[in-house]
Write a protein that binds this ligand. Structure first.
Ligand code: ATP
Length: 138
């Protein structure tokens, strides 16, 4: 059991700097490549590769949702560090733009032409869906 900090802290770091930080966290929930995780104070050390998926951070005051676009998570001494190429909080997300991106990606996936890169369209759809989930708090 780790006891360096008396409470759990979450830091989400991207190439732009720290994009989210929270102290006194009760629970962090997200999805790693090998499945869902839930982290509370005292969690054993852990490293995981993340899916493009919302990370939920629960405190006594409520819950934040952050769109995390893959990357890695480390749990050590009551600090959860997420390092990702991109992470967006709800207030940052332009929902209309994400809706347009979703429609574009869906159109490409439904009517693929020889010049369409299907995997690229699927990734774009995944990014749009996570933005909609976090931006609208679906
Ligand atoms: P779009 O097709 O709308 O550009 P995308 O998924 O291709 O979306 P990304 O390549 O993931 O976009 O991101 C490029 C930049 O645009 C990043 O800085 C990202 O934060 C920003 N971005 C993309 N979509 C949104 C959005 N809906 N709201 C706010 N910022 C966005």
């Amino acid at each position: 059991m780790s006891t360096n900090l008396t409470s759990l802290q979450v830091n989400i770091i991207t190439p732009d700097g720290t994009s989210y930080q929270q102290d006194d966290v009760e629970l962090v929930v997200g999805r790693a490549l090998d499945g869902e995780f839930g982290i509370m104070k005292g969690h054993e050390p852990m490293v995981a590769a993340l899916q493009i998926w919302p990370v939920r951070v629960k405190t006594a005051a409520g819950e934040d949702m952050v769109a995390v676009f893959g990357g890695f998570l480390e749990v050590k001494e009551n600090v959860v560090t997420i390092i990702s190429q991109n992470a967006e909080t709800a207030d940052y997300i332009d929902v209309e733009r994400a809706m347009r991106a979703r429609e574009r990606a869906l159109a490409r996936i439904e009517k693929p032409t020889p010049d369409i890169d299907l995997l690229r369209a699927e990734r774009a759809l995944q990014r749009a869906l996570i933005r909609l989930q976090v931006g609208r708090r679906d």
